[in-house]
Design a protein around this ligand. Structure first.
Ligand code: PLP
Length: 508
């Protein structure tokens, strides 16, 4: 990746927009070095001062608003992002629509240079992978209101051995979105949502706290960002359906945690009823702000490939916001000229919670919600996905595919991936199973550049790995289990065990 040493970011708006032929300033010469920030100013205050001094009344700023999702071209319904609104007047989903003409004042090459110039810095707030694309996310928010943990910029891992050994592939990549502040990609969206809530509270809008229903990761991200900003958070969790690691996160971050004896869909229904009665802001992915942050992972993938477009991107899907977010990120890059095409997307579901898969298989006929069965991929155990319309739109627009994975398939895929040096979550196992199937059917070719999106950190899901490697899962062969060997504490016993192992050990 091109790493530029420039510090053009803070003052970019004015000069770049007024002189579209100028690239953002990129230089290594010592004249452009700025003296170190004075000790009585922190990075947030510094960014605030620089942004105030760069505001030029003649400069048309970028802007965004809520519109009904996929509205007809003659619809005029829209809402300011400063309004508290989750649905359109007809009850449809909302979408954040950017002023694309304003964004077109920069060429694709200028956007690429600008985004590249911000990577790997601590400049507030551009050190974040999300806020390094601020103009495409929440263009109008004051940097002072942003709540960020410098999320994003996650590793794009070349899965050399997994690709070669299990799939005969040479160009397979895993985008580790779960190597993040709270261990899942939910951070990307939550920084945006909580920043906007922070702004609303400063504008004295009636928001006493932020609430969500969650399969685990959303509540972890919500509570961390709220805690960082000093905003109360309230989370509804299905009792006994999330991992201990996920449960302990909101508890530790001081959220008000309600453990409710129902499933995710039941919690979702309750939080929607509660938030229509109380001034609690709803943080579920019904809320389209989060998708604006999540879409930056797509931009980041292109950036990490030096703006070469991969052939396939595979995303595990539950509530189905993320698959749309990826589509939106890629589509924006194409529309604004950063790239000339978009990848084909694959959405991967657990067979025990597969309403989108069934819908796809029926040729996109009538959609039917299902009652989600238990799955190790607990974050996608959702039978009635809120973002179904968004997902269908995304997949139809990019010639996408939907696949599914049984429990045995996803656990085996996870174990195989782990055996090549990864440590993935079960959801990523679902995505890898989809890839296995599409390779077997030759839909994906051996040299196709393919990105599997890893959605959470494997360390959140150690319990399922322990059960697998202990062969404790009913009706599952656990073919790739690698249990520890118990051995007496004496030299002879240890040598016996080791010799036995070395005789049988695979040789690579
Ligand atoms: C939330 C989540 C998903 C599903 O994302 P959706 O936008 O609900 O489809 C997948 N994996 C993990 C680990 C998650 O936390």
């Amino acid at each position: 990746m091109a790493m530029a040493a420039a510090s053009s970011s803070a003052s970019f708006l004015r000069p770049s927009v007024r002189r579209p032929h100028n690239k953002p300033r990129i230089s290594c010469s010592s004249e452009t070095l700025t003296p170190r920030r004075s000790p009585d100013e922190n990075i947030r205050e510094e960014a605030h001062r620089l942004s105030i001094s760069s505001v030029d009344p003649r400069t048309p700023l970028f802007s965004a608003k809520y519109v009904p999702f996929n509205a007809s071209p003659n619809s005029t319904e829209s809402y300011s992002l400063d309004e508290i609104v989750y649905r359109s007047s007809s009850g449809a989903l909302l979408d954040v629509q950017h002023d694309m003409d304003a964004l077109r004042q920069l060429t694709g090459a200028q956007w690429r240079d600008l985004f590249d110039s911000r990577v790997g810095k601590t400049t507030w707030p551009y050190g974040s992978g999300v806020w390094s694309k601020k103009e495409w996310v929440l263009p109008e928010i004051d940097t002072d209101d942003i709540v960020s943990a410098f999320e994003g910029n996650s590793n794009l891992f070349w899965a050399e051995r997994y690709g070669k050994q299990f799939l005969g592939m040479s160009d397979l990549w895993v985008k580790h979105c779960g190597i993040s502040h709270t261990g899942s990609f939910k951070d990307l969206g939550m920084t945006v949502l909580v920043s906007q809530v922070n702004r609303l509270r400063k504008l004295n809008r009636p928001v006493v706290g932020v609430g969500c229903a969650s399969t685990g990761d959303t509540s972890a991200a919500l509570s961390a960002y709220c805690a960082a900003a000093g905003i109360p958070s309230i989370v509804f969790l299905p009792a006994n359906k999330i991992s201990i690691a996920q449960l302990v996160q909101p508890i530790a971050n001081g959220a008000f945690v309600l453990s409710i004896d129902t499933d995710f869909d039941g919690c979702m229904k309750l939080i929607r009823e509660v938030t229509s009665e109380l001034p609690i802001y709803l943080a579920n992915s019904l809320n389209s702000l989060r998708l604006e942050g999540q879409k930056t992972a797509a931009v980041e993938i292109l950036q990490q490939f030096d703006w070469e477009v991969p052939d396939w991107v595979i995303v595990p899907g539950g509530n189905l916001g993320n698959i749309y977010a990826f589509y939106k990120g890629f589509k924006m890059c194409k529309e604004l000229g950063l790239v000339d095409r978009i990848p084909r997307l694959v959405c991967a579901q657990a067979a025990n919670a597969n309403p989108l898969y069934l819908h796809y298989k029926s040729g996109w006929k009538d959609f039917k919600a299902v009652k989600a069965g238990t799955t190790f991929a607990s974050a996608i155990q959702i039978g009635d996905p809120v973002s179904i319309d968004r997902a269908v739109f995304a997949l139809q627009s990019c010639d996408g595919i939907v696949e599914e994975a049984t429990e045995e398939e996803l656990m085996d895929a996870m174990a195989q991936a782990d055996s090549t040096g990864m440590f993935i979550c079960p959801h990523t196992g679902v995505a890898l199973t989809a890839l296995n199937k599409l390779r077997n059917s030759e839909v994906i070719g051996p040299a196709d550049r393919t990105v599997v999106v890893s959605t959470a950190h494997g360390l959140k899901f150690t319990q399922s790995k322990i059960e697998y490697h202990s062969k404790l899962i009913p009706d599952m062969a656990c073919k790739f289990a690698n249990p520890p060997v118990n051995v007496k504490a004496d030299f002879g016993s240890v040598m016996d065990v080791l010799k036995n192992y070395l005789n049988k050990a695979p040789r690579f």
